[in-house]
Every structure is written in C-alpha cells, then in structure tokens.
Design a protein around this ligand. Structure first.
Ligand SMILES: *[C@@H]1O[C@H](CO)[C@@H](O)[C@H](O)[C@H]1NC(C)=O
Ligand SMILES: *[C@@H]1O[C@H](CO)[C@@H](O)[C@H](O)[C@H]1NC(C)=O
Ligand SMILES: *[C@@H]1O[C@H](CO)[C@@H](O)[C@H](O)[C@H]1NC(C)=O
Ligand SMILES: *[C@@H]1O[C@H](CO)[C@@H](O)[C@H](O)[C@H]1NC(C)=O
Length: 596
C-alpha cells in the first residue's frame, strides 16, 4: 500500500526528469523533513528513525531491482481484448498495443528494459478448470514474466497467479441488445388514461343513458307536459354513445331540463376527449424509451439467451460457484448462454442482429464496438437514425469487477511496477487512453433524438383490433336478429292459425299492423269486403240524408263524380248546393288493412 510518504516521493518523481534514471535515494535531511510532514507531528523521533530505516531497506531493494531490470528482456503475455490490449504483427514480430501496452511501454522506458509479446494459444484468460493454453497457464508455468491485460479479479484465478496491487480500473459489463420498438406502441391508444379512468368512463357510458331516460320520464310524469316527447331508453343510450364519439344524434329535446341534461354530458365529453387527444399526442412524441432488459434479474426471469466472449471474466463469474453471477449457471446448463471466440463485430451481426441475443461485454470495448458499427451503418444510409443505431445498451452494468495486471506468484516485479502503475492510474491515463478515438458525444443513446415519429402498423394495432371486434359483434348480432325473426315468424303464423280457428279476423289485422308487415298476400286472411257493401254504405247515407228535412225535397241527394272523386250533392233548405265527400273503394281497402 502506498503511504503518504510514497505519494509525496512519487509526486517529486513525476515532476523531475532525473527520475527517469531511477528513483533518487535521498539519504539527507530532506527525507527527514518529508517524513515529519507526512506524520503530521504526532509521532516520536524514534518512530521517525524506525520508519526511515524500513524506508531505506525498501529503497535499497528497489535500487537492486532497478539494476536487475536494466537492459533485461522480459516476456509479457497478453490477450486480444480491444481496446485494452491487443496485438499486431509487424515484420513478423508481435507488437503489443492498446492501453496495457501504453502502460508497459512507459515502464520499459523508465526502467530500461525490453520485452517480447507472447499470446496464449487459446486466447483465453483461464481459470482452475480451464487452464489449457490460457494466459494464466503461461504465468503459472513461468513462461511469461507478467501479463499485460485487464484481468478481472476472480478468486479462482488468484490461486494461480498474483494480481498487481494496483487495480487498473473497475470494469463494467454492459448488455447490448436489439433496439426495441418505441415503448408506446401497441397499447399506445390506451396509454393516455390509467386503467381506473377507463373503467370509470365505461361505467359512465353505461349509466348516463338510463339516467337521462329516467329523468325525462320523471319530468313527464310530474309536469304532465306532453310537449317533450319521451325518448325511448334505446334512443337515450345511443345518444350518450354518439356524443362520446363526437357524432351527435337526431334527438333535439325541447324541455329546458332535458336540454341541460344533454348539455352536461356534452361538456363532460368535450373535456374528456380534449384530454385524451392532448395526452395521446404527448405519449406518441415524448414517450419514454424502456428497454426490456436492464439488469441480471430481468435476464434470469425471461430466460433470455445471451452471448459473451469465451474465456473472459464473465464466463468465469458465471461458471464459478459463489461468484457474483453464479445464479446464471442454470441458464448455461440449459444451453441458453453461448461463449464464443469470434470478433465483436461478428457477434454483433450474427447473434444480436439476427438471433436477437443479448451480448454482454465490458466497457470500453462496447463503446468502441458500437461506434464502429455506427460508422459502418452511416455509410449505408445517411439520414435515418434508426438504421444507424439498431442496438441499444442497458444503463445498469450487468457486473462490475476490478481489473489488474497479473504476475507469477513468486514474482518480484510487482514490487517495482505497482507504485508506478498506481501513479499512472491516478493520473487518469487509463480512462483517457481507453476513450481514445471515441467521440465525446454519446453514440446511439437510449432515446434517439429523432424528432418526428411516424406511426407504424404496430402503433395502430389497437384500432385494427377494435375494428375486428366491432365487425365480429355486428355479425353475431345480425345472425341473432335473423334467428329471432325466423322464430317470431313461426310463432305468429301459429298464432294466426289459432285466431283463424276462432274466427277472430280483427285480431289478426291488429297483430299484423303492429309488426308493420304487409299481410295482403297472406292466404290465411279473409279478403276485403265486396265492393257492393261499400256502395251500399253511400246509398244508405243518401237515404239517411233524404230522410232528414234539411234537404230541399224537390232536389234529392245524388252521387256525383267531381275531379275524379265521389261526392254526394244535395241542396239544403237555404237553396245552397252542398258536397259530402265519399271515399274511394281503395281508401276503404287501405283503412281495412292498416287502420282497422
Ligand atoms: C546514508 O547515510 C548513512 C548514515 O546515515 C550512511 O552510512 C550511508 O552510506 C548513506 N547511504 C547513501 C546511499 O548515501
Ligand atoms: C527477481 O526474481 C527473479 C526470478 O524471478 C530473480 O532471478 C531475481 O534475482 C530477482 N531480483 C531481485 C532483485 O530480487
Ligand atoms: C539500457 O539498456 C541498454 C541495453 O539494453 C544499455 O546498453 C544501456 O546502457 C542502458 N541504459 C541505461 C541508462 O542504463
Ligand atoms: C501455479 O499454481 C499453483 C496452484 O495451482 C501454485 O501452487 C504455484 O505456485 C503456481 N506457480 C507459479 C509459478 O505461480
């Protein structure tokens, strides 16, 4: 651990160029002063002397190490883990690149050593049960002097190698997934109101019709005013529904109290629909974007397939008992998890894009990967942001683990490297280097900034369902109407026969009339009375007229055809001609069949 004293030494070291030739052994009064400052004056002089002695021993050991390192060639193992560590071939020689080798190069320059880069054949970190051709096997068998890679701190690895005391960073494993469609889709049309509000609207829709009907009836009963026609219950319910849909109705009440009832409902509907419209607009344009998977538990619950790099920290964190993610081991046993050894781009294109797996990868690799993908897609289509960003990352990390370099267990290199690494980490160089070549702006944020959102079929699904449901109900109602009509017709024919048997002709006519069905073609009904009986009527009338003495006896009443109509013409005692209209036989027929 770095004491305050060491930090101060390091500060001097970083500021002075002389430092590059090695840590100056300060065996003078300056050291005394530093140690007194660092102890804040709360220790005795003896303590200071003791400390100075151990400090001296340490300095001597460092000096020894420095000399031993000077001009030496180390073997440094690494794995491909862009951008933290990766290798390139140059003139047949493997050259280490990435953040790790930026740190190693700094150490090499400072302590004047050179190094060879070696890679494990399987390109995996390795663990107790996965040692073959791994990075830690190289270290454990002392085929490498150190591992320059960001190795997560895991218990099973710690048994075989020694981590550097300085942790380089805290790795965050992030879920990458296909970008889901915007959240307000499908249920979007119901989104403006909560469930309670919808229920209450339904209740008011059902209740207001009967209430209006009841109030109209009550009013008619109390006022005995027949200027307001009492609407039927069906009309009232239909009015309420029509007003809710802003369609109006043909009902136009005359009584003021009924008008007020109607107007109240209209006001309610106006407010309700304007709220609905406004809120729906807001939901469709400003709706919050919600990812389906945000943390480990979401994945576990949905048993969602995911993919991760083979032989890296995440695999060991899942497969090792009592590790942080060992609860996911059941999913591994069900073959829901794949650990693959291909490039990030391949995984992204095949597993995430085509098979819609989740991809779990650590930062900063995720940022670089998504940025490269974004740049590639930008060449396909310049405008459409949705096409540029087919992937989304979860905000919460899937796992966090500290990461460090590793040495063989008995190595003495950590003694000299770790304090230097600490200085570098504290200066923020790791963060800076890992974000190199990335833009400052966030690439493909969760909420894409595209302002206009066109409605897709998914958004309108609800309306389609409503249409289908409406048509289906109408068809069902239509068929029930048909069935009832058949039943009614049969029953009526039955009743008619019954009546006929009783000779109750009048009743039949009434029945038919009420149902509005033309009955003349019906054979069961007796034909209209003969014309003669109708003419007899007029003759009788004439005889009656002639009998009363209001008529001039010299001019008896006669039947005449005037303008195509029959009239009885007679002259009254004042000598004026008077006409009495006689009905045409067809009018009698009409009267017979419809009015009785
Ligand atoms: C440091 O000082 C001690 C006496 O205090 C002396 O014996 C020793 O040689 C000095 N070491 C160096 C490296 O100057
Ligand atoms: C460091 O360890 C190596 C063996 O790993 C050994 O040869 C060397 O002498 C040691 N150096 C010091 C200064 O102890
Ligand atoms: C650095 O090491 C090289 C050998 O690799 C040696 O020739 C050179 O003198 C060393 N430089 C210092 C300052 O010790
Ligand atoms: C290799 O690992 C074993 C434990 O599996 C350990 O006992 C041994 O010391 C390690 N060797 C080195 C050189 O680190």
């Amino acid at each position: 651990m770095a004491t305050g004293f060491e930090l101060i030494l390091a500060a001097i070291c970083l500021n002075s160029t002389a430092c590059m030739q090695g840590i100056p052994l300060q065996n003078n009064s300056d050291t005394m002063q530093f140690s007194m400052i660092s102890q804040n004056g709360n220790s005795s002089f003896i303590n200071i002397l003791d400390e100075k002695k151990t400090e001296m021993a340490k300095q001597n050991r460092l000096k020894e190490m420095q000399n031993w390192l000077n001009g030496r060639k180390l073997r440094i193992a690494t794995i491909d883990d862009f951008p933290l560590s990766y290798t390139e071939k140059k003139n047949g020689e493997i050259v280490g690149k990435g953040v790790s080798f930026a740190l190693v190069d700094f150490l090499a320059k400072k302590y004047n050593f050179t190094y060879d880069v070696i890679k494990p054949d399987n390109d995996i970190i390795g663990s107790s049960y996965d040692m073959d051709k791994s990075l830690i096997e190289l270290l454990n068998q002392s085929r490498a002097d150190m591992a320059a890679a960001f190795i997560p701190l895991l218990s099973l690895i710690r048994q075989h190698v020694a981590y550097s005391e300085t942790t380089l960073d805290e790795g965050e494993w992030i879920m990458i997934m296909q970008r889901p469609p915007d959240s307000a889709s499908g249920s979007g049309l119901l989104a403006p109101f909560t469930f309670d509000v919808w229920i209450l609207i339904m209740i008011s829709l059902l209740a207001v019709g009967p209430i209006i009907y009841g109030l109209i009836m009550l009013r008619n009963k109390l006022t005995k005013d027949d200027s307001q026609y009492p609407y039927s219950l069906g009309h009232c319910v239909w009015f309420v529904y029509g007003a809710l849909m802003k369609q109006g109705s043909t009902l136009s009440p005359i009584a003021d109290s009924t008008r007020l009832l109607f107007a109240t409902w209209w006001i309610f509907i106006t407010i309700l629909t304007s709220f609905y419209t406004a809120n729906l607009t807001a939901f469709l344009t400003l709706s919050k974007f919600v990812l389906p998977f945000n943390e480990v538990d979401d994945v576990l619950k949905a048993q969602k397939n995911f993919v991760a790099s083979r032989g890296r920290g995440l695999e060991y964190a899942i497969k090792t008992e009592n590790e942080i993610l060992s609860k996911l081991n059941t999913m591994v046993q069900k073959n829901k998890v794949e650990f693959v050894n291909t490039s990030d781009t391949t995984i992204l294109r095949t597993f995430v894009e085509q098979k819609s797996f989740l991809y779990i990868r650590d930062r900063p690799a995720t940022d670089h990967m998504l940025y490269n993908d974004y740049k590639f897609r930008k060449t396909i289509d310049i405008k459409e942001e949705k096409i540029h960003c087919p992937f989304a990352k979860a905000k919460n990390p899937f796992m966090t683990k500290k990461r460090a370099f590793a040495y063989p267990l008995n190595s003495n290199l950590s003694l000299i490297f770790d304090p230097e690494l600490l200085n570098l980490v504290e200066s923020g160089i790791v963060k800076h280097l890992s974000a190199e070549n990335l833009p400052n702006a966030e690439i493909c944020p969760q909420n894409l900034a595209s302002t206009e959102r066109q409605l897709r079929n998914g958004d309108l699904m609800m309306t389609y369902y409503i249409m289908l449901a409406g048509f289906a109900t109408a068809i069902v109602v239509f068929f029930t109407e048909l069935i009832f009509r058949c039943l009614n017709a049969r029953r009526e024919r039955f009743q008619d026969e019954e009546f006929l048997r009783r000779g109750n002709v009048k009743n039949i006519a009434w029945n038919k009339n009420r149902n509005g069905i033309q009955t003349l073609s019906n054979n069961n009904i007796t034909p209209p009375p003969p014309y003669t009986s109708i003419y007899n009527q007029s003759r009788q009338l004439m005889q009656n007229l002639n009998r009363i003495n209001e008529i001039d006896p010299e001019k008896p009443a006669v039947k005449k055809l005037i303008n195509g109509r029959d009239y009885i013409v007679y002259r009254n005692i004042k000598g004026e001609n008077q006409l009495i209209p006689l009905r045409a036989p067809s009018a009698t027929l009409f009267q017979y069949s419809y009015v009785d």
